[in-house]
Design a protein around this ligand. Structure first.
Ligand code: SF4
Length: 316
């Protein structure tokens, strides 16, 4: 069991162990598109996606990277004592450009006082040797984390939600990026249509085989202006959205199977209320869900990785 006081490895303890204090992420929107919207892989995007759900109000592609970061830092420095920040390239696909443009953007972010690293969200099919080598060099001086949207380990689901890449693409991307000096993260959505409970738990087994150090879990949310919003309106019976209690129970089982050295960064998504269609968990906030997960793990006397080996054997 982890020695952080939690029954799983939590991100804030991990960051404090490296930097001695909280490091605040400042979200950026640099106006990228993504290959799943502009036609190079697909049109219309992933069915659940509305990128507006990512962006705080200071974050707009009409502003420079420096301006977005300075405004974000100004806001968070009033809220928290921290003086250290990560530039979070979050909206859309943040490696989807030529290397020179990417270098300019990443290096502009790293010039902003207080910024000590980058967190870069992208798709598994949008990475190249050149970008990897560059990030590898940057990681000698800065904290660099590259996060891939895995979303599901099942190809039938990836196809159904129009991801336009396979799980084999995901495995290949992690293979290319492993042992290069930067951190690797994964983003997964639990509850995509058509996945049974057994299949959801198998994601933990498959994710445990990837060379990831951090994991973000998200429950499926139906958001306005997404393809899924129309599908949900037309055929709500095809969706089995979690209640808060059901999700908390699932997460508790999920992390029992998960590799014990994976740092869990998030358990839920938090879509702004004006964009959220369902499920509405009476406005429960992230910290309240985390407290309930902690309580359930304690009640059940269980922890991350408790059944990791057994599951790994079963999966072979
Ligand atoms: S989720 Fe990511 S890959 Fe999918 S449409 Fe949205 S930005 Fe593109």
């Amino acid at each position: 069991m982890p020695i952080t006081g939690k029954r799983y490895l939590d991100y804030s303890s991990f960051i404090k162990s490296i930097f001695g204090e909280r490091v605040q992420k400042i979200s950026l929107d640099i106006g990228f598109s993504c290959p799943n919207r502009d036609g190079s892989k697909g049109f219309g995007g992933c069915t659940y996606c509305n990128n507006n759900t990512f962006n705080p109000d200071y974050c707009a592609p009409t502003k420079s990277i420096t301006q977005q970061l300075e405004e974000g830092i100004n806001r968070f420095s009033k809220k928290y004592k921290t003086q250290q920040y990560f530039a979070y390239f979050q909206a859309y696909t943040n490696t989807y450009s030529d290397l020179d443009s990417l270098k300019n953007m990443y290096e502009e972010a790293l010039q902003v006082p207080g910024v000590i690293g980058l967190v870069i969200g992208t798709r598994p099919d949008c990475i190249s040797e050149d970008i990897i080598n560059y990030l590898s060099l940057l990681s000698k001086e800065y904290y660099i984390s590259l996060e891939f949207g895995v979303e599901s380990t099942l190809n039938k689901t990836l196809k159904a939600v129009n991801r336009c890449h396979s799980f084999e693409d995901t495995i290949a991307a992690y293979e290319m990026c492993k042992n290069k000096g930067f951190h690797l993260g994964a983003h997964v959505i639990l509850g995509l249509p058509g996945e049974s409970k057994e299949e959801l738990l198998m994601h933990a087994v498959e994710l445990s085989k990837l060379p990831i150090s951090t994991l973000k879990l998200h429950h499926l949310q139906i958001v306005k202006q997404s393809v899924m919003a129309h599908q949900f309106k037309k055929e709500p019976e095809k969706f089995d959205l979690f209640t808060a209690d059901n999700y908390i129970e699932l997460v508790s089982e999920f992390i029992e199977i998960l590799r014990p050295d994976i740092i869990i960064e998030r358990f839920i998504s938090e879509t702004p209320p004006d964009l959220l269609i369902a499920p509405k968990w009476n406005g429960l906030k992230n910290f309240e869900i985390v407290a309930k997960i902690d309580k359930l793990l304690t009640k059940n006397n269980t922890w991350q990785g408790k059944y990791y080996k057994q599951q790994a054997v079963i999966s072979k």
